[in-house]
Design a protein around this ligand. Structure first.
Ligand code: SAM
Length: 293
């Protein structure tokens, strides 16, 4: 059975410091690990708005929390939080959490097409909207693909990989994660093919970020924080790679400079060695947090 272990759980809750009766938003509900810890702290008099772009995450959370009072869930992009609050006549929150990227449920379900370790349709969308990864891989020009692999995956072999994809898709469209992985691996010089980390890792990351417009979504919500969180409210963001962390760092610095917020932790918080041993997915995690003035 799939379990999603919440990353930096203790540190996130310490920093967000949810108090009895407060209103919290979890913009990336996933398996609900962080949300449940927040619910324990805000108690029966508190309110939680839980959001996820993936309808499966929403129905899983609804099932396990049936009957619990004051939980509102929405299947939506977190960048719609300002609109959801207005439409639902909800106040600004005391706290907001964004735990970015994918959950174990998504990566372990081959049919979602996120993983190169199992074979499935090349999809990679959190929601069912927009282009699939297969449409990008088979429809975009060689230079466009190389740019995606470079910009969102820091892939130094981006051009060679894009060229190989275009050659291979002429023979037969690339429709599965397994075929894409094999094509990408073959684009690398032989000495790079058998490392500890699969050579396909960065291409898969880049496609996922592109298909889901991940960087645009983060920039959008961090640019609208004062519409979602009240004065004195806390915002915590957990990222999983350096470009994502760079976006959060820059946005937070901007808010501090313009006097809208103050940093709660000066340096990003990383998981302990014990957490990384217990949950290898946490190894690249970084937690940054601010408090609105
Ligand atoms: C790392 S998981 C969250 C795990 C969660 N904190 C827990 O403890 O189980 C990230 C979740 O964010 C969701 N997600 C990614 N981008 C999103 C977006 N733009 N809007 C809403 N949800 C998003 C994914 O579908 C996934 O379920």
């Amino acid at each position: 059975m799939t379990i999603h272990k919440p990353v930096l759980l203790h540190e996130t809750i310490e920093i967000l410091s949810p108090q009895s009766g407060e209103f919290f938003i979890d913009g990336t509900l996933g398996g609900g690990g962080h949300a449940n810890a927040i619910l324990d702290r805000i108690g029966k008099s508190g309110t939680l708005l839980g959001i996820d772009w993936d309808a499966d995450a929403i129905s899983r959370f609804e099932k396990t929390n049936e009957g619990r009072a004051k939980i509102f869930v929405r299947n939506s992009n977190y960048n719609s939080i300002p609109k959801i609050l207005t439409d639902e006549k909800m106040p600004k929150a005391d706290g907001l959490l964004l735990d970015l990227g994918f959950s174990s449920f998504q990566i372990e379900d081959a049919s979602r097409g996120f993983s190169f370790q199992s074979d499935g349709p090349l999809d990679m969308r959190y929601s069912r909207e927009g282009l699939t990864a297969a449409e990008v891989v088979n429809g975009f020009r060689e230079e466009e693909l190389a740019d995606i692999f470079w910009k969102f995956g820091d892939e130094s072999f981006s051009r060679q990989i894009a060229k190989k994809i275009v050659e291979e898709r002429r023979k037969e469209r690339i429709l599965t994660t397994g075929r894409l992985r094999d094509v990408v691996v073959e684009a690398f010089p032989v000495r790079f093919r058998n490392g500890r980390v699969s050579p396909a890792t960065k291409v898969f990351q880049a496609l996922r970020i592109y298909v889901n417009k991940e960087f645009e979504n983060i920039e959008s919500i961090l640019g609208n924080l004062s519409e979602c969180v009240k004065s004195g409210g806390r915002v915590a963001v957990i990222t999983f790679h350096s470009s994502e962390d760079g976006i959060v760092k820059k946005a937070f610095q901007g808010l501090v400079k313009s006097g809208i917020a103050e940093l709660i932790n000066k340096k990003p918080i990383a998981p302990t060695r014990e957490e990384v041993l217990e949950n290898p997915r946490s190894r690249s995690a970084k937690l940054r947090a601010i408090k609105l003035k």
